[in-house]
Design a protein around this ligand. Sequence first.
Ligand code: NDP
Length: 294
Amino acid sequence: MIRTAFLGLGAMGFPMAAHLAQQAQAQGGQALVWNRTPGRAEAHAEQHGSLAVALTDTAQADLLLTCLPTSSEVDEVMQTLLPHLRPGTVWVDCTSGHPDAARRQQETLAARGIPFLDAPVSGGTVGAQAGTLTVMVGGDAATLAQVQPALAFARKVVHVGGTGAGFAVKAVNNALLAVNLWAAGEGLAVLGRAGVQLGAALDVINASSGRSNATENLIGQRVLTREFPATFALGLLAKDAGIASELTQAVGGSAPVLAQVAALLRGAARTVGADADHTAALKAIEAMNDLELR
Ligand code: NDP
């Protein structure tokens, strides 16, 4: 039996770790969990039968999974854990991290005999709860084959390339989400100013070629209702779009729309608030157009 430890019980990590806890219990064991704010780990233990432990005690696991805001928090945790880690433990980072950081982290850990996979996820908090996440993995394919059965929160696992490739795919995917969301917001703002009823406009777009996940789900459920439920922070989406923009530079690519959306989201996170739901970025478009999308 592989002993797992999950570090970072946030909006995604908490339900992801619940699937690991359930799987461990079915095999007669217990998943370890750690969170910076310990109360959340204790709540996880109570609700899901995991074992809340000190950070250094997670080094006893055979498989360590992290899901933190950015690669820099992963760096911090890695520095603390490094002296305690045993060769052969596998580190799987489910953070939407930076490809450069992945290569650095992989080297640091490899020097101690610890394989590293960058393995960000998509599917949101709903997918995390349902255990239907998609995982895009960069790193050694044989290591992935070894740990894949333990990824109990996943429905689809795709090996996308070498170290850093998982983070690169995730960043570009989320930049596309940002483009679709922002562009749909602009389009609806124009229609709103033209006096069109926005529910009807969305209905048409969703039966036409302009549709996207943003129009089919996000805008109808979160923006027009004015609910903006905070499940995925605007600051995190801005971070992802920024990584895609930096990747464009690093590979000498030309992707002006992706660069633009990164700048727009960075500005929206400042004016609307980084902790607001990502769909609240459209409040910046509302301000520019002096109307509410409702
Ligand atoms: P949250 O903000 O909900 O949770 C962040 C977690 O990181 C918390 O457990 C927090 O601990 C911990 N943390 C923050 N700073 C530190 C630190 N310095 N040291 C140690 N732990 C720290 O984020 P999400 O769960 O939403 O996102 C996590 C990752 O998953 C991000 O990279 C995000 O981009 C990605 N993601 C998010 C999705 C979503 O729908 N929310 C979907 C797909 C990917 P504490 O409780 O103490 O604050």
